[in-house]
Ligand binder design. Structure first.
Ligand code: CO
Length: 134
């Protein structure tokens, strides 16, 4: 089921500062900020060749990363995103195995315009997992 690592996501309290650090200090290629109101975040991607780093800043009230940043005010690793060929088949297989899919269980459109789902971190050793249809 599991395909490539699409990205590693870091929640950051100040996206402009994080972009400057990746672009200027680390010399990385960083995309322009993209607001995703449906997900409550503003996002950029850092291209590192074999995968991407997603930098997330809260957007609006009730952002799903606000509580994470309350616990980790300097920022930190928020989730891993793996590619799957068929997200609905993956969801059904995971649910049949007892894994919990977050939200209403239906895929949302992610930052790449493709369907995504999130899996409960308690089912995967404390790591939030995003699945993206490849
Ligand atoms: Co992500």
């Amino acid at each position: 089921m599991l395909g490539r690592l699409n990205h590693v996501a870091l929640a950051v309290p100040d996206l402009a500062a994080a972009v400057a650090a990746y672009r200027n200090t680390l010399g990385a290629e960083v995309t322009e900020p993209q607001a995703l109101p449906e997900h409550g975040v503003t996002v950029v991607f850092v291209n590192v060749g074999n995968t991407k780093i997603e930098l997330l800043e809260p957007l609006g009230e009730g952002s799903p990363i606000a509580a994470f940043l309350d616990k980790n005010p300097a920022g930190g690793m928020h989730h891993l995103c793996y590619e799957v060929a068929d997200i609905l088949a993956a969801r059904d297989q995971l649910k049949a195995s007892g894994a919990r899919v977050l939200g209403d269980g239906n895929p949302k459109t992610g930052a790449h315009g493709k369907p995504v789902l999130f899996l409960h971190p308690k089912d995967f050793f404390g790591t939030l997992i995003e699945l993206e249809q490849s």
